[in-house]
Structures are given as structure tokens and as C-alpha cells.
Design a protein around this ligand. Structure first.
Ligand code: IMP
Length: 499
């Protein structure tokens, strides 16, 4: 006979937190959201921790290099989507690893043989008045000079005059090199009254530019998630259980700091095979997450297979129609509570703490706090991040409202057959996701800042200053459908404009 779980499985909207005693120390500025990303032994520190408990979903419409840079800048981590060619995924990882806040690739470049007219055309196109002159006119060619609006006067010169005749030549320029830090670059700009500082390598090839006007925007964020050795942002990458023997080496070569098997269902032998491959080839140096599971049995399987973290959640994603299509899944809160219990038991038994990630289904900011209280060490979100400027998708106007596109990896648009592959034919035979719009919400920095200020404030209401304290001390209550009604504005006539 089948096994029946007679309790209904539940989701975040059915629970609330009950306040705990808050001392005067319980203020949001004292709250730390630092949390482990990968497993560690009792009494030791994890090899990688996040400064905020947020990761962005392994999805085409969410996590490219732009998202990864923005999120690492705030202390979280992106997993670059794997449903693309190995080369293009590795290129995205490389771009994150070569990113240095404040150092920008020069987008206005010209050769010394070009003319004043070419400079004017370029300025029109890019809107930038500083043009790097490189021997071949390319972005990373040998730097031979610079042209700014101070170098020419359109009314007094022929438009056919050669750039080499009026540029400021490199001999008269102040330049930085690979070892110049952002602080040093800013000091040089300041002391020499420059508008920009070109950075070149030892062969004088142009690497990047630092601009005076960017000074305020690139003062570093104390939370940013960087590798202390290389001072570069951390980045993750999604992999699948098919081409991992080619994909993993390429991603590691590109600099990926952590991998995650991206699959709609992780309680499978395929996942064990991939984790074993990583352990055999790289030992413990390469970190790999696995999932998704929704119960203790699935957790234990992946824990014993050697996963560094385990993702929880099936069927709760905003764009997900897996439950409708296949009738599998489980309410996200119940899944999390069950898996967190299994994680704690495993820790008691083995002394090994395996972080768990609540993946999908976050609708309100308070769901973030609830999922942490229920035992998640960090979260993965798709819809949440898709709404921001930094997501890779188009911003479109729908009926007068700005929206961003957001589609599932199991949609016909993404065609990510590996994620749903159960062996056999290599094609997506039925979809498990939809293509949609989500309301445009502005910058990641502003939104993450606001969401986390709510999380911190609620943690203070619960009388806790860290995520482990929240997991240990939170009091959580189930609520009836009538109290859900009581929870939003009721019995009042809402005015049109809310202040
Ligand atoms: P969201 O945060 O609610 O938007 O959920 C994002 C999560 O949904 C991802 O991290 C995936 O686990 C899952 N997901 C992504 N694409 C699909 C799909 O097409 N069908 C089902 N689940 C998906």
C-alpha cells in the first residue's frame, strides 16, 4: 500500500512568527545575516559563507554575469544558468571574475589613423567624451593616447584631421597598471586633477578605465562577497547531469567558486554519479550543491552522496507548473521543516553541518524571514530578482506598466531539457514552466536593502541577532484562513493612494 502523509503540506502564507523578548541590544544594526553556503565539520568554519542569505536562481531569465556582479556586491551569490553552451556560460563566469568595481571596460576606442569626424561620430554613438586611442582601435589594443573634448575645437579644425595629430599622446599621460587598487586610482585622479585614469598591462595594452564621475558609485560595500585572496567577486554556476565531464572543467577554469546541480528533482542516482565524479576528480576542493528534494529521505540520500549544500523545493516556483503537469511536489514550508529536521539530526549524528537552501515560492519579504526561521540557511529566488534592472531580460511596457520578462527553465522558451531529463530522449516533451511578466521594480541594491531591513527588523522582534539564533529560538504559529484575512487591511474603505 502507498505511504500516506495525512497532514496537508503547507506553505509560508499559512504561518506567522510570534515575537520573543527583545533586549535593548536588539536593533537592526546589530543583526548579522552571515550564513554558511557549504558544509563544515562541527567546530570549524565553512569554506564559503554568504554575507546575506540570498542566491539568485539558476535561470536564463535571472542569473547572468550582470546579476552576479550586482548580487555579490550586496553580499549574496548568483548561480550562472547552465542552459546555454559551455563556452558562453564559462565566458559569463570569467566576466564576473574579471570584474573589478570601479574599473570599467573602455567602450569608446579609436585608432590613431581615424579622423576628427570619426571621434564626433563615436561620441554621438556612445555619449562619452573620453576616447581611448589604441594602435588598432580595439578595446584592449596597445594604448597610444587619449582624446577628450579638451583636445579639439570643432570650429577651428578640419574634420579630416587625424586623431594622431591632436590626441594627448601616452608619453604625456598618467596611467595605472594591473596592480593599481581602486583607492590608488582614485587618489591619482584626485591629485592630478584628471577625469579618468587608463589602466594598462605590462605590454601597454588597455585593460580598463577608472572615471572620476563614478567615484561615489564605486566606494566599496562592506558586505560585498569577495574572495579574500584574489579580491574578486564570488560566483556560482549551474551544471546538469549530462555534460558535466566537459562543463565542470571549463567552469572551474573560468573561475567558478561553487557549482550546483540544477534539476527539478534531485533524489536520483544521476546526482550521486555527478557528485562522485567531482569527489574523485577534485577531492573536497570543488564545492557542489545538489537538489531539489522535499523530504528527509531525499536529504539523507544527497547528504550521503556528498553534497556540499542541498536545495529544497518542488513545484512552488512562481513560473512552475510541475504540480499541475505531473502531480508531484510538496508545500514549501512543510518541505523545509522536514528537511531542516533531517539536517539537524544528520549534524547530531555525524558532526557535519550541511546547509539547506529554500528554493522558490517567496512572494512577500516576510517569507524570507519565515524560511530562515524554519531552518533554511539561505534562499534561492527567481521571480524576486527577475524584477530588477540587473536581470538579463527585457523591460517592456504592458498596458502602461513597466514589466520585466520572466520565464521558467521548463518552459518552451528556455528549452532546458537537461533539468527535466529522466534519461531517454533528449527533448522537452511537455513543459513544466510558463513564460511571464513580473512588475519592474528598479535596482537590486535598493530592493535587497529594503527586503533585508524588514528581515532584520523582524529578527529583532523575535529577540535574535543571527540566523542560527533565529532557527533555534523562533516561535512559529500556523494561522487559520480567517486570521489570514485579519492579517491584511480589512473593514476599512481603502483610499486610492497609500502613503
Ligand atoms: P521563484 O523564486 O518562485 O520564481 O522560483 C524560482 C525557482 O523555480 C528556481 O530556482 C527553480 O528551482 C524553479 N524553476 C525554474 N524554472 C522552472 C520551471 O520552468 N518549472 C518549474 N520550476 C522552475
Amino acid at each position: 500500500m502507498a505511504i500516506y502523509m495525512n497532514e496537508p503540506s503547507r506553505t509560508f502564507g499559512e504561518y506567522l512568527l510570534i515575537p520573543g523578548y527583545s533586549s535593548t541590544d536588539c536593533v537592526p544594526t546589530n543583526v548579522s545575516l552571515k550564513t554558511p553556503l557549504v558544509k563544515f565539520k562541527k567546530g570549524t568554519e565553512p569554506a564559503i559563507s554568504l554575507n546575506i542569505p540570498l542566491t539568485s536562481a539558476i535561470m536564463q531569465s535571472v542569473s547572468d554575469d550582470g546579476m552576479a556582479v550586482a548580487l555579490a556586491g550586496e553580499g549574496g551569490l548568483s548561480f550562472i544558468f547552465g542552459s546555454q553552451s559551455i563556452e558562453s556560460q564559462a565566458t559569463m563566469v570569467e566576466r564576473v571574475k574579471s570584474y573589478r568595481a570601479g574599473f570599467v571596460e573602455s567602450d569608446s576606442n579609436i585608432s590613431p589613423d581615424a579622423t576628427l569626424q570619426d571621434i564626433l561620430d563615436l561620441k554621438e554613438k556612445t555619449g562619452h567624451s573620453t576616447v581611448a586611442v589604441t594602435s588598432d582601435g580595439s578595446q584592449n589594443g596597445e594604448l597610444v593616447g587619449i582624446v577628450t573634448s579638451r583636445d579639439y575645437r570643432v570650429s577651428r579644425m578640419e574634420k579630416t584631421e587625424k586623431v594622431s595629430e591632436f590626441m594627448t599622446p601616452i608619453a604625456d599621460m598618467i596611467i595605472g597598471n594591473e596592480n593599481t587598487s581602486l583607492k590608488e586610482a582614485n587618489d591619482i585622479i584626485w591629485e592630478n586633477k584628471l577625469n579618468s585614469l587608463p589602466i594598462v598591462d605590462k605590454n601597454k595594452r588597455l585593460l580598463s578605465m577608472v572615471f572620476r564621475k563614478d567615484y561615489n558609485s564605486h566606494k566599496s560595500n562592506e558586505n560585498e562577497l569577495i574572495d579574500p585572496q584574489t579580491k574578486r567577486y564570488l560566483v556560482g554556476a549551474g551544471i546538469n547531469t549530462r555534460d558535466y565531464e566537459e562543463r565542470i572543467p571549463a567552469l572551474l577554469e573560468a573561475g567558478a567558486d561553487v557549482l550546483c546541480i540544477d534539476s527539478s528533482e534531485g533524489f536520483t542516482e544521476w546526482q550521486r554519479i555527478v557528485i562522485q565524479y567531482v569527489r574523485k576528480t577534485y577531492g573536497d576542493t570543488v564545492k557542489i550543491g545538489a537538489g531539489n528534494v522535499v523530504d528527509a529521505e531525499g536529504f539523507r540520500f544527497l547528504a550521503e552522496a556528498g553534497a556540499d549544500f542541498i536545495k529544497v523545493g518542488i513545484g512552488g516556483g512562481a513560473i512552475c507548473i510541475t504540480r499541475e503537469q505531473k502531480g508531484i511536489g510538496r508545500g514549501q514550508a512543510t518541505s523545509l521543516i522536514d528537511v531542516a529536521k533531517a539536517r539537524d539530526e544528520y549534524f547530531e549524528e555525524t558532526g557535519e553541518y550541511i546547509p539547506i537552501c529554500s528554493d522558490g515560492g517567496i512572494v512577500h519579504d516576510y517569507h524570507i524571514t519565515l524560511s530562515l526561521a524554519m531552518g533554511a540557511d539561505f534562499l534561492m529566488m527567481g521571480r524576486y530578482f527577475a524584477r530588477f534592472d540587473e536581470s538579463p531580460t527585457k523591460k517592456v511596457n504592458v498596458n502602461g506598466n513597466y514589466m520585466k520578462e520572466y520565464w521558467g527553465e521548463g518552459s518552451a522558451r528556455a528549452r532546458n531539457w537537461q533539468r527535466y531529463d529522466m534519461g531517454g530522449d533528449k527533448k522537452l516533451s511537455f513543459v513544466e514552466g510558463v513564460d511571464s511578466y513580473v512588475p519592474y521594480a528598479g535596482s537590486l541594491k535598493d530592493n535587497v536593502g529594503l527586503s533585508l531591513s524588514k528581515v532584520k527588523s523582524t529578527m529583532c522582534n523575535c529577540g535574535v541577532l543571527t540566523i542560527p539564533e533565529l532557527q533555534k529560538n523562533a516561535k512559529i504559529t500556523l494561522i487559520s484562513s480567517t486570521s489570514i484575512v485579519e492579517g491584511s487591511a480589512h473593514d476599512v474603505l481603502l483610499k486610492d493612494t497609500q502613503l
